[in-house]
Design a protein around this ligand. Structure first.
Ligand SMILES: [Zn+2]
Length: 126
């Protein structure tokens, strides 16, 4: 699996294979900010292609919002090294190859799968 540790690598991935056609498979996921994956979406339609996780670096809860956004903002920065990006894996839709960031938020007895399109516009250069 591809380990991504710099914003330029992430940007490269975000800019690769960007379809402009509609995709029935992942259409429901195309929302600019983070969203919980709906239970009706089949996660098998996404293929793991890379990760931003780095076992050597300590877990962080710091978020990066220099322009007054918050974690659910549509235009929240995608900032490597900040929460929740340190916990994200990168997936692509098996039909259209759109890229998505995804992580599991552990809440009590279940895992809330959260997903966000990997939009190059929001990637912060580090
Ligand atoms: Zn798709």
């Amino acid at each position: 699996m591809l380990k991504i540790s710099t914003s330029s690598k992430l940007l490269e991935l975000a800019l690769a294979n960007r379809p402009d056609s509609e995709c029935e498979t992942c259409n429901a996921l195309i929302h600019p900010g983070w969203e919980s994956v709906s239970g009706s979406f089949d996660l098998k339609r996404l293929k793991l292609v890379g990760t931003l996780r780095n076992e050597e670096s300590p877990e962080t809860w710091d978020e990066y919002h220099p322009n007054g956004t918050h974690s659910w903002s549509d235009n929240a920065p995608i900032a490597i090294g900040y929460h929740p990006y340190t916990r994200c894996n990168i997936y692509e839709c098996i039909d259209c190859s759109r890229k998505y960031l995804r992580y599991g938020e552990y809440g009590g007895y279940y895992v809330d799968e959260r997903i966000r399109p990997l939009n190059p516009e929001f990637i912060i250069k580090s």
